[in-house]
Design a protein around this ligand. Sequence first.
Ligand code: PHE
Length: 344
Amino acid sequence: MSDGLQYNSLESLETLRKSALAEFEAIGTEADAENFRIKYLGKKGILSELKKSLGTMAPDQRAVFGAAVNSLSKDVEGKFKETPWQNKNAGSAADSGFDPTLPGFPFSSGSLHPLMKIRNEIRDIFITMGFSIAYGPEVESDYYNFQALNMPPFHPARDMQDTFYISDKTVLRTHTSPVQIRVMEKQKPPIRAIMPGRVYRNEEISARSYCLFHQIEGLYVDENVSFSDLKGTLLAFSRSFFDEKTHIKIRPSYFPFTEPSVEVDVECFLCKGKGCGICKYSGWLEILGAGMVHPNVFKYCGIDPEKYTGFAFGMGIERIALLKYGIDDIRLFYENDARFLKQF
Ligand code: PHE
């Protein structure tokens, strides 16, 4: 039986009014106020139950008793509205424990990954030299990754690159050089393009190598492009990217798709050439491979090697980022530790 039904006379309503007012006066906390509200004014509170009970009364009794219930209900509601707790949302900011005068929480903004920053810097230097940008797929066919780059099946140079095979004829590209082929197939000389992207090699993971990394490929094809154009371009790049005084070293090397081929070293940033763990105590860091485009590669792309010459280069972005930021472990780029990433 609900509480309301025990009040069935005008006297009992007076008793109820008194006890309600007494309880109202005793309200001291928000919780007291809420209990009061539920007990008297809630949907199943005493006053609602009283109103519901009117329906079962004889009409003449209902007229008198109903008027008394209504007046009591109005009084209690009116009183309750006076309390500062009657509506939580209407309470002052201080009551809710929220202090609008406190300084706000700082928003930390995101930033570019260090590898993307380096890639953009390198890209922008070549863009100012008149190079455009091209992209190719990371899942590449054997033809583009090897064959058209003058590495037919069983060519020993295929072993230089620890390839992840997807199937017999499909690989994860081991370098960005296949994009050279894709560009030369589509475009006639003059061609000046850089081709950034991710490459994959099944190498043992260590501080110096990872199973995936990033390269930027460069290609310049036109009539009368010479080896000195290659040297000049790489020197201009190094002086713009590192600094005016950075030394570079050009060493003869071998790639099947360039002839002659070279490797370019930059002075080790960490030890300034004295020798340290990063540069394997040589003072130099290899940053790129390059050379003059092999005539066979031109033939695969339908470009006349008698008429055109060109140079190509490919550099590792991680290596350059290590240099530039003085980082001693390549794996940090792939761990996504915010404490590391926030520093750039
Ligand atoms: N593709 C070569 C590598 O990954 C780099 C390279 C690019 C060399 C272009 C010569 C010309 O090692």
